[in-house]
Design a binder for this molecule. Structure first.
Ligand code: ZN
Length: 122
């Protein structure tokens, strides 16, 4: 895991897509917010080695604006879109809703068949 900094509050954390212990910001939960995820990736030791990341974290904590490299940000957004970068493999809310809908449909079908069976048996 890589050292990262929360893009919202500047708290240090491990991993770009882990939830922030301080403000609760969870980039992985924002499935379609590529901008937020790209910024989260930018604020890791991968792009800011040494004390650079800590300095950015201090800046955010002090309420100062952080300048993101526009070219790097655009490239990361593109990589995220095309899934070249592995995002924490959490089930997205959309997937689980579809899963639950399918399960609900299957249950309804079984219940319906049982009802039909009951009436047929008279
Ligand atoms: Zn935070």
């Amino acid at each position: 895991m890589t050292l990262a900094v929360c893009v919202r509050c500047g708290e240090s954390k491990v991993g770009a897509f882990t939830p922030c212990a301080r403000c609760g910001l969870d980039p992985a939960a924002h499935g379609t917010d590529r901008d937020l995820q790209a910024k989260s990736l930018l604020l890791t030791e991968r792009f800011h080695p040494g004390g650079e990341l800590e300095a950015i974290g201090r800046k955010i904590r002090a309420g100062e604006p952080v300048s993101y490299d526009a070219a790097q940000l655009a490239q990361l957004v593109e990589e995220l879109k095309t899934q070249k970068l592995p995002i924490v493999s959490k089930a997205s809310p959309g997937c689980s809703i579809i899963g639950w809908a399918l399960m609900g449909g299957a249950v309804a079908l079984v219940v319906g068949l049982l009802w039909l069976w009951r009436f047929r048996g008279g």
